[in-house]
Design a protein around this ligand. Structure first.
Ligand code: ADP
Ligand code: ADP
Length: 219
């Protein structure tokens, strides 16, 4: 589903990713774990085709997401850092707007709201929602086109435990439907609870990649 081969990414003189090799199989959930600045968001941006690597190869569903974004974006849903939502619009207006961009109908909006338990929020302005509700709606936006691959950037960052738990349940529902998930987190407990494998990044380098239990056994 995903393969990174010797991927290096730079912002000017800053090396954000340094020779990273990583594979993700279809149906698998991979966690990217690491402190702030480790390179998690950068890795997700490369997968989402939002930037090209400085060196190396990125392949998502057999496609280079930077050079052929249209071939992957229809099959991939992204929950970006922040939410990517418009605060002044209602939840329904936000989703209708994005559905329009994807060329999707109203039924896709309803389906995504139902799948994320956000239907009761339809008439609310996004700016008036709690952080947890907002993340839920951001997830609804990410699954509008029922993508095979979900890219989630710190989906529960800053949420209280109850809100995080309900978001985890939605992610589990997606996993149960066979979706591939790549999620960034700085919380070991979270990746342990949700992920088949965890890739640990430290200052742009991949320092370990294994099942959570195997990683814990080593420390
Ligand atoms: P994480 O998501 O793990 O916090 P990032 O991928 O955001 O890490 O950042 C990795 C490194 O790249 C950090 O040193 C960060 O300061 C740097 N970086 C990220 N985005 C930019 C940018 N747009 N311009 C310059 N440096 C950046
Ligand atoms: P299948 O995997 O055979 O399509 P599912 O039970 O996964 O069956 O889905 C049935 C229908 O419901 C599909 O058409 C799918 O588009 C829709 N659906 C279910 N859950 C979601 C979701 N989380 N996001 C978007 N669409 C969904």
């Amino acid at each position: 589903m995903i393969s990174l081969t010797q991927v290096t990414m730079r912002y000017g003189g800053t090396v954000a990713l340094d020779g990273v090799d990583l594979q993700v199989a279809a149906g698998e959930t991979l966690g990217l774990l690491g402190p702030n600045g480790a390179g998690k968001t950068t890795a997700l941006r490369l997968l989402a085709g939002m930037a090209p690597p400085f060196r190396g190869r990125v392949s998502v569903m057999g496609v280079d997401p930077w050079s052929e974004p249209d071939r992957v974006r229809t099959r991939m849903g992204v929950l970006p850092e922040g939410t990517g939502l418009f605060d002044r619009l209602t939840v329904g207006e936000n989703l209708a707007l994005f559905a329009g961009l994807y060329g999707l109908g109203r039924e896709s909006v309803q389906r995504a709201l139902d799948a994320t338990g956000a239907a009761h929020l339809t008439g609310r302005r996004v700016g008036s929602l709690s952080k947890g509700e907002r993340q839920r709606v951001a997830l609804a936006r990410a699954v509008l086109h029922d993508p095979e691959l979900l890219i989630l950037d710190e989906p529960t960052s800053g949420l209280d435990p109850a809100a995080a738990a309900s978001l985890h349940q939605i992610i589990r529902d997606m996993q149960a439907r066979g979706r591939t998930v790549v999620l960034a987190s700085h919380d070991m407990a979270e990746v342990e609870a949700l992920c088949d494998r965890v890739a640990i990044l430290d200052r742009g380098r991949l320092v370990a990649c294994d099942a959570p239990a195997a990683l814990k056994a080593r420390h």
